[in-house]
Design a protein around this ligand. Sequence first.
Ligand SMILES: Nc1nc2c(c(=O)[nH]1)N[C@H]1C(S)=C(S)[C@@H](COP(=O)(O)O)O[C@H]1N2
Ligand SMILES: [Mo]
Length: 202
Amino acid sequence: MTVSRGFAGRRRGGQRTDLPPGQYDEGDGWPVLTAEVAPRLDPQSWSMGVDGLVDTPRTWTWDEMHALPQSDYDGPIHCVTTWSKFGMHWSGVSVDVLLDAAGVKKEAKFVLATSTTGYTTNLPLEHLRGGQAWVAWEADGKPLTREHGGPVRLLVPHLYFWKSAKWVTQLTLLDHDVQGFWERNGYHDLGDPWREQRYQGD
Ligand SMILES: Nc1nc2c(c(=O)[nH]1)N[C@H]1C(S)=C(S)[C@@H](COP(=O)(O)O)O[C@H]1N2
Ligand SMILES: [Mo]
C-alpha cells in the first residue's frame, strides 16, 4: 500500500491530526529565531568536523561535503515557541554518513553540536542516527538563506527546532551529556515535541 503524503495530517474540522500538543500550524510563514547575530559565512571557508569519541576525527570542506551521498527530508519542523511548519523539503547529507566516516567509539552516548557563532546544543547520539538527522544546505528547493542558518545547518526535525543548530560546524561525541546554550537556560535536554519536553523537568 502507498500512503500519499498529501493525505497525512489532513485537517479535520480545522485541526491538523499531526500537530504535536501545544503547537499551531504556521502555514506558509517561516519565523526566524536567532539568539546571536547571524554570521556571514563564505561556503569556501566553512568546514564541518566530527571529533571527540571517534576513531578518526574528520573535517569536510563545502566541496567535500557536497561530494558525499545526498539525502532529503520531507515533513514538518516544530519550534518550542509553538509554531510548526509542515510540508517542508530539505536536502543535505545524513549525519549517519559523517558519523560512519569518523567511526563512533562504543563509549560515545551524546553529541554536542557547535555553530561558528559559539551556539551549542546537546543531543543523545541515538537521536542523530538511523536517518533522523541531516547537515542541510537546501530548504524547499533553495539554498538555505543566511538568516535560516545558511550555508549549512543541522536538521533534527523530530525534536524541537532549537536542536537544529544554524551555521553548524562541529559535532563532538561524548560519553556524558553536556548542556548547550538553551539547555543551560532551562530548555529540555531532549526536546521531544510529542512528549512536550519544552523545559527541564517536563
Ligand atoms: N546558531 C543558532 N542556531 C539556532 C538558534 C540560534 O539562536 N542560533 N535558534 C534555534 C531555535 S530556538 C530555533 S526555533 C531554530 C530557528 O530556525 P529558523 O530561524 O530557521 O526558523 O533555530 C535553532 N538554531
Ligand atoms: Mo525555537
